[in-house]
Design a protein around this ligand. Structure first.
Ligand code: DSN
Length: 427
């Protein structure tokens, strides 16, 4: 358990009322501090975002929207939500923003509810090629209530094949086309998707959950002006609390709002809305633009260092925050490699790769990204060291060499101690 001689100031009071839980939270804090966290959908939020998340706004019910609520006492909550909305509109340059979705999956469900009837066809990226469960996976409600058809990446290029997207769209005439996903290491060509959607009379949805911070920071092209609906979580590269937003044109604003509430959800999580507002203010700063470009610089440096060590990168590299690695040539599957790396102090995902002959529960690849390490201040010059540790840990894992994994973890603890994280005391 965590050493309670250095309690988080955040949990100092909790330590008195619920020491058992405070210890667990502190242990997680220490884990986040000591590891190199490379899960591309995770980050470290600022102290201000942590503060807003932990406020008494959690006490309030606010079903409805500002000035049209089903509960009294909304004098300040309305202002909080309106502030978050106006910051989202100005940061992304959209007509309309809904900040109430509880997270990415409910946000995406709201899109189906707004625009689709059961059985309707939609087109999206295959999950195994980098899509998302809510883009029509057979194990998701979206894949059983509606009729998904999928595009994928090219076998040789590892990049989305826009000719295939057009061919399938013309044949299937989908009602919606989704672009975006969870394991796409390359830029998304929003104008090309939009042209195809217009050709077939489909609505284009851009799920920018992974890249929202890169779009806000100006280092990934924006979907605004191309996609009618934009879905994003708020906690990945955008570096806010766990939550989501839907952004759209004036034309579709009412349908989206109705689908979120009362269509799918009850009261919004007001403490989260406040923390989203804080994150959006932070994301509008010059400092955040530098952060976004440093995420990409770090990812490119890490990709290069890994490629030099013989790692097989899907699509050959990255344009954004994310790197997808096929470990087949390293003679190890993704899951045992991820477990060995975790023991060595490097946290990442095991992940399917396109055309994976293995099953999702034990796939061929791993997925990494640089949003969290960049927040800590790690820079391109640190990436070759991280790649070397990864290489060593994968090889040690193959030999079941626990001593080497523990030695790497000790080296990494020493290394990470120089990079503070908000909410955890720096030694
Ligand atoms: N769970 C998210 C990710 O890790 O990419 C997607 O929802």
């Amino acid at each position: 358990m965590t050493d309670r001689t250095t309690p988080l100031d955040l949990t100092a009071r909790l330590a008195e009322s619920d020491p058992q839980l405070a210890e667990l939270i502190d242990a997680e804090g220490r884990r986040q501090f000591e590891k190199i966290r490379l899960i591309p959908s995770e980050n470290y939020v600022s102290r201000a975002v942590l503060d807003a998340t932990g406020t008494l706004l959690t006490n309030k019910y606010s079903e409805g929207y500002a000035h049209k609520r089903y509960y009294e006492g909304q004098q300040f909550i309305d202002e909080v939500e309106e502030l978050a909305i106006s910051r989202a509109k100005s940061l992304f340059g959209v007509d309309h923003a809904n900040v109430q979705p509880y997270s990415g999956s409910p946000a995406n469900l709201a899109i189906y509810l707004a625009f689709m009837q059961p059985g309707d066809t939609f087109l999206s990226l295959e999950l195994a090629h980098g899509g998302h469960l809510t883009h029509g996976s057979p194990v998701s409600a979206t894949g059983t209530w509606f009729r998904p058809v999928h595009y994928g990446v090219g076998h040789e290029t590892g990049r989305i094949d826009m000719d295939q997207v057009r061919d399938i769209a013309q044949k299937e005439r989908p009602k919606l086309i989704f672009c975006g996903g969870t394991a796409i290491p390359r830029l998304i060509d929003f104008p090309a998707f939009s042209a195809i959607a217009r050709e077939v009379g489909a609505l284009l949805v851009a799920d920018i959950a992974h890249i929202a911070g890169l779009v806000a920071g100006g280092v990934h092209p924006t979907p605004v002006g191309h996609a009618e609906v934009i879905s994003t979580t708020t906690h990945k590269t955008l570096r806010g609390p766990r939550g989501a937003m839907l952004m759209t044109t004036e034309e579709h604003a009412k349908a989206i709002d109705k689908a979120v509430f009362p269509g799918l959800q009850g009261g919004p999580h007001n403490h989260t809305t406040a923390a989203i507002a804080v994150a959006l203010k932070e994301a509008a700063t010059e400092e955040f633009r530098l952060y976004a470009s440093q995420i990409v610089a770090n990812a490119k440096a890490l990709a290069e260092a890994l490629a030099e060590r013989g790692f097989d990168l899907v699509s050959g590299g990255t344009d954004n925050h994310l790197i997808l690695i096929d470990l087949t040539n390293k003679d190890v599957a993704g899951k045992p490699a991820a477990k060995a790396l975790d023991r060595a102090g490097i946290e990442l995902n095991f992940n399917t790769v396109p055309f994976d002959p293995r099953k999702p529960w034990s796939p061929s690849g791993i997925r990494i990204g640089t949003p969290a390490v960049t927040t800590r201040g790690m820079a391109p010059e640190h990436m070759p060291r991280i790649a070397a540790w990864m290489d060593e840990a994968v090889e040690a894992g193959k030999k079941d060499d626990g001593d080497s994994l523990d030695r790497i973890a000790a080296e990494i603890r020493e290394f990470t101690s120089a990079f503070p994280i908000p909410g955890w005391p720096t030694p």
